[in-house]
Design a binder for this molecule. Structure first.
Ligand code: FMN
Length: 354
């Protein structure tokens, strides 16, 4: 059943419009620097996250595996990660725990990306059920450098086979954080993470947060398409397709730990804005999935274009490094400004609050 769901999700995401809402990037403005005094040809896009260095902050968001047909997709993504010296996540490995024949659809990532920073993936709901040795198997499957524990309760609430008993997840995350030998990344999948939740995750021993904010791929929307002839689920999916904390707002909310900005990141200017807002890496999902269907050269082409776009933002703001972006003034307007003000952020001294 999980195997079929995985391929249904992948197909729907590539053929239907599954994005919803605004991530907030249009409300974030850099101040143009007419005298940047830097040379674009020597800009340094090196990023660091959890003690690892990457050629750029672009991170391939965890998406797939779990069906034999996904092996080639993960292979393309992994080849791109290896070539570009960037990090890569994989989709939930639950399917491979339940059916070892599916291990290859995940392990191909480590085979094709022997030197990359690979992030294993499992849901908080599974962590609650699994013994430590099962979690160790997930890590070994891809020789992972970190483990993402995903939080996807919006999806669970709309999915026909969804599990909506969220009790005990934080305790399970805390227990795993103490027991495993690699860092834990708490990862939302499109509804964002608030300050309050980020603080609880930090206390539980999590090392980083992938904000997975609203404004990109909407799992409520995906599940509404999947609902088929269940009018109630379709109704729920449609009502909640834009639910969540926009990525930009979540980056400021969750700034108590190192951050990955995921959710609606679509170009290098948005990557630059994410870094300026405090992210260490920027996860990109849907666009790279679509590129991967055409092979690794397309993934490499798309990421290279995004890095080129990032460099222009760095140049025009006079930043030699990604670190320089974090000290540049930002102007926040529109609905994002209103939300942040109502959440207690001082938009004039934003740098001090992140
Ligand atoms: C087809 C597909 C499958 C995904 N599967 C997973 C998953 O198994 N585990 C997970 O943590 N996130 C999963 N995600 C969520 C992504 O990691 C990411 O958070 C989300 O797509 C938002 O980024 P985007 O707007 O760039 O697509 C999936 C995304 C897509 C498009």
């Amino acid at each position: 059943m999980i195997m079929n769901r995985k391929i249904e999700h992948l197909t729907l995401c590539t053929v239907e419009d599954v994005e919803s809402g605004e991530a907030g990037f249009d409300d974030v403005h850099f101040v143009h620097n007419a005298l940047p005094e830097v040379s674009k040809s020597t800009l340094d896009t090196t990023a660091t996250f959890l003690g690892n260095r990457f050629s750029s902050p672009v991170f391939i968001a965890g998406m797939t595996g779990g069906h034999p047909d996904t092996t080639r997709v993960n292979a393309s993504l992994a080849e791109a990660a290896e070539r570009l010296r960037i990090g890569i996540g994989i989709g939930s490995q639950r399917a491979a725990i339940e059916n070892p024949k599916l291990i290859e659809s995940f392990s191909v990532v480590r085979e094709r990306a022997p030197h990359a920073f690979v992030v294993a993936n499992i849901g908080a709901l599974q962590v609650k059920e699994y013994e430590l040795d099962v979690v160790d198997r997930l890590i070994e499957m891809v020789d992972a450098n970190a483990l993402a524990i995903h939080l996807n309760f919006l999806q669970e609430a709309i999915q026909p086979e969804g599990n909506t008993n969220a009790e005990g997840c934080l305790e399970a995350i805390e227990s795993i954080s103490k027991s495993v030998r690699i860092p834990i990344i708490a990862k939302e999948t499109g509804a964002g993470i608030s300050r309050e939740v980020a603080e609880r995750l930090k206390k539980a021993g999590v090392s980083a947060i992938d904000v997975g904010g609203a404004g990109g791929t909407s799992w409520a929307k995906v599940e509404a398409y999947r609902a088929g002839n269940d009018p109630m689920l379709e109704r729920l999916g449609t009502l909640y397709e834009g639910w969540g904390i926009p990525t930009v707002v979540s980056l400021l909310e969750a700034s108590v730990l190192p951050l990955i900005a995921t959710g609606g990141v679509r170009n290098g200017l948005q990557v630059a804005k994410s870094i300026a807002l405090g992210a260490s890496l920027c996860g990109i999902g849907l666009p790279l999935l679509k590129s991967a269907l055409n092979g690794s050269a397309h993934v490499i082409g798309e990421i290279s274009a995004i890095v080129e776009e990032l460099k222009v933002a760095m140049f025009l703001t006079g930043c030699k490094t990604l670190g320089d972006l974090t000290s540049k003034p930002l102007i926040i307007t529109g609905e994002t400004a209103q939300m942040l003000k109502l959440r207690g952020f001082n938009l004039i001294n934003l740098q001090e609050r992140r």
